[in-house]
Design a protein around this ligand. Structure first.
Ligand code: MN
Length: 490
């Protein structure tokens, strides 16, 4: 079994240089040794897991450092290996990536606010703001896009064996996937990962709905594919006659996106025209518009259903032309028209650009097409030039923020350099006013010391304690400052 996966990985990394491949093999041997004797809950050797993650990362055609880090990603956390050893053996870049992946394990939905979140409005609001903070924390702690991509691949692999865990753990991990991992994959435009994460999470969060949906949709999808097969032959003929060189693929909607759409349409599956989308993939942008015209010459378009995401890309960089037509026998059908590069972008998002930029064929992506960068730029105002892609992908949007936890697992977003006093006031002004001491990660620390990302902070209160004016020299948040001043006046 492990041999098969290793063989697949070797096949997939053929786009790398021989010395890079040799390094990855070295990492494979190292990880095999490090995980020796460990087993997954499935009973398989643990070593199988890092190989699967590396293989998923290789699908994105990331660089050799990223694949090496994927192979090694659990060695520090789960075995006795020290990060310095990784650095010595595989270099500082790989060590940094492994370190980043290890740290991301801290970004978790807390048990304490997991259960009741569906019940009361104020709890939902609190849950949502906590989730948004966790998403920011996830990006802030990654520091490098590759760390995120490896962690997403890690989560996809873990979801495949989720059924072996106890059910409360299953639900927590599924919810975390739905709320944190999947949206991040979506924002990065990695449709392939986004769909897999959502579908796996959905199957655990709403098992009955998932089962019923499949029962309802599978026959419809099968019939649809058969129909598309017939009409695509006709379409290919027409396009060939007009000198357009293209291919056609179909892709069924992911389960979760189909589910959401069904809820919008009163669960009437016949109203979902794109349950299987027909994709015409052409060489150039001009061809897209030509194909659109030719399709409309044989099949009448539904008014108001033509969407030009080439002229107006979606925020995550998605580009394509969508049209819905009355195809043969009047069957309403959605057709998506795009270039090969747009197709890769839709599946691999930001990672597709990475590959192309490494391959020095980035001219296929004129600057204005780098629309996904704009989405990232909302987070990061510091991207000066999208051409310096490697630099642009450094995730330091939140480099001036830190994210720390309350003992209950709530996450608090603070500016860099913030102290336990800032933290106390961020929790509640009373907690700030009565702040007497602080335990950081279980150890007593000075309340004016600097906090770090991921710290767990427990404030020791004293009823009669009053804020000290000297605190004003240490605090970093305006909120703490104004509370301290207010209390001094009284
Ligand atoms: Mn892992």
């Amino acid at each position: 079994m492990v041999k098969n996966i290793l063989g697949k990985l070797n096949q997939k990394i053929k786009y790398l240089k021989p010395n890079e491949i040799a390094n990855i093999r070295r990492a494979v041997d190292f990880a095999e040794h490090a995980h020796d004797g460990q087993k997954r809950l499935t009973g398989d050797p643990y070593f199988r897991h890092p190989l699967e993650v590396a293989s998923a990362v290789a699908d994105l055609k990331l660089d050799a450092d990223a694949i090496t880090a994927a192979v090694l990603h659990d060695t520090v956390e789960d075995t006795g290996i020290n990060i310095n050893e990784i650095k010595k053996k595989f270099g500082g870049h790989v060590a940094q990536l492994v370190n980043g992946i290890t740290k991301l394990g801290q970004v978790r939905i807390s048990k304490s606010w997991f259960t009741p979140f569906r019940q009361k409005t104020e709890q939902i609001t609190k849950y949502e703001s906590q989730i948004e903070t966790l998403r920011k924390m996830f990006v802030a702690m990654s520091k490098d896009l590759r760390v995120i991509l490896i962690k997403l691949a890690d989560r996809i692999c873990n979801l495949q064996t989720l059924s072996y865990l106890p059910s409360d753990k299953q639900k927590r991990i599924a919810q975390e996937t739905m709320d944190i991992y999947a949206p991040i994959a979506g924002r990065l435009g990695i449709g392939e990962f986004h769909g897999r994460l959502e579908d796996a999470a959905f199957s655990y969060l709403e098992p009955t709905e998932f089962k019923n949906l499949r029962k309802l949709a599978i026959p419809v999808i099968e019939a649809r594919k058969e129909y598309l097969n017939t009409i695509s032959k006709k379409l290919l003929d027409l396009l060939a006659k007009n000198g357009i060189n293209c291919y056609i693929t179909y892709r069924a909607k992911t389960w979760y996106s189909l589910y959401r759409k069904l809820l919008k349409y009163d669960r009437d599956i016949n109203k979902i025209y794109d349950i299987v989308a027909m994709r015409v993939v052409v060489p150039a942008i001009d061809d897209c518009y030509n194909v659109l015209g030719l399709i409309h010459s044989v099949w009448r378009p539904l008014p108001g259903r033509i969407k030009d995401y080439i002229a107006l890309p979606k925020p995550n960089g998605y580009q394509s032309i969508h049209t819905t037509v009355f195809a043969d026998n009047g069957i309403i059908t959605e057709v998506q028209i795009r270039t090969g590069a747009m197709n890769e972008q839709a599946e691999f998002g930001v990672a597709a650009h990475w590959y192309y930029s490494e391959k020095k064929i980035s001219r296929r992506f004129p600057k204005q097409q780098l629309a996904w960068v704009r989405e990232l730029a909302k987070w990061q105002s510091k991207i000066k030039s999208a051409t310096d892609l490697r630099q642009a992908l450094k995730l330091d949007f939140f480099k001036n923020r830190i994210f720390v936890f309350t003992p209950k697992g709530d996450v608090i977003d603070l500016p860099q350099g913030a102290t336990p006093i800032d933290f106390a006031y961020a929790v509640h002004s009373d907690v700030g006013n009565q702040c007497h001491g602080a335990r950081v990660n279980g150890k007593y620390e000075n309340i004016t010391s600097e906090l770090n990302n991921g710290d767990v902070v427990d404030i020791v209160k004293k009823k009669k304690s009053r804020p000290n004016k000297d605190w004003l020299n240490f605090v970093k948040t305006e909120h703490a400052r104004s509370c301290i001043k207010k209390s001094a006046k009284q």
